[in-house]
Design a protein. Structure first.
Length: 206
């Protein structure tokens, strides 16, 4: 018959094995098992090829046994290694503001004509005739005195300034209640989406 210490040790080993999943089964932010997303607190083990995901059950076992091996030094090292990269990724870059004109040209207050570039969805926005003449602001990186690369569409790097407010550029299907971030037809009902300028704070709460 196992002693209490042996039971705790055996349970600990099974828990760690159950929740250490190969990185080969994962992709950024999500993991391919019962369709659940990878928890944001998953920790990458430096020098290992596995991800460890703490669970409430595991936390209970740790608390009862007094075992703190799950908080390993390499967890802290991994966090310190990746935090600077995450900070840089969150940096929106440079800002450019002016009047959006035909041909994806932004005319700045000092009279310069700057050509805007970006991914396909971004170019769909800056070429939208409904936005011509708008007080437009973009985030990205300058590629010279007359060229500016806008951040990818998923970063929501384009805004319209109107009535003293800074509004995100979105597109809305009133029939299906679906919001997108580039013009075109609704993927559901196949009707054209309407330009919908929305305060960023309202988007994050939806």
């Amino acid at each position: 018959m196992q002693s209490s210490a042996e039971i705790v040790q055996d349970t600990r080993a099974r828990q760690e094995k159950a929740f250490e999943l190969p990185l080969s089964n994962c992709f950024f932010g999500r993991q391919q098992w019962p369709g659940r997303p990878v928890p944001a607190f998953g920790v990458l083990h430096l020098g290992f090829d596995r991800l460890t995901f703490p669970t409430s059950r595991h936390a209970s076992i740790v608390a009862k046994s007094g075992y703190h091996g799950g908080v390993r030094r390499r967890h802290l090292l991994a966090s310190l290694f990746f935090l600077p990269a995450l900070s840089r990724a969150a940096d929106p870059g440079q800002s450019l503001r002016g009047t959006l004109t035909k041909g994806a040209i932004l005319r700045t207050p000092d009279g310069k004509a700057v050509s805007l570039t970006g991914d396909a969805d971004t170019m769909g926005v800056v070429n939208d005739a409904r936005l011509e003449g708008a007080d437009f602001e973009v985030f990205g990186k300058s590629e010279g005195p007359d060229r500016f690369a806008i951040n990818p569409i998923h970063t929501r790097a384009m805004f319209v300034h109107k009535d003293g407010k800074r509004l995100s550029v979105t597109y809305w299907c009133d029939v299906c209640a679906i919001r997108t971030y580039t013009p075109g037809i609704c993927w559901c009902c196949r009707e054209e989406t309407a330009l919908d300028l929305v305060e960023p704070g309202k988007l994050s709460s939806q």
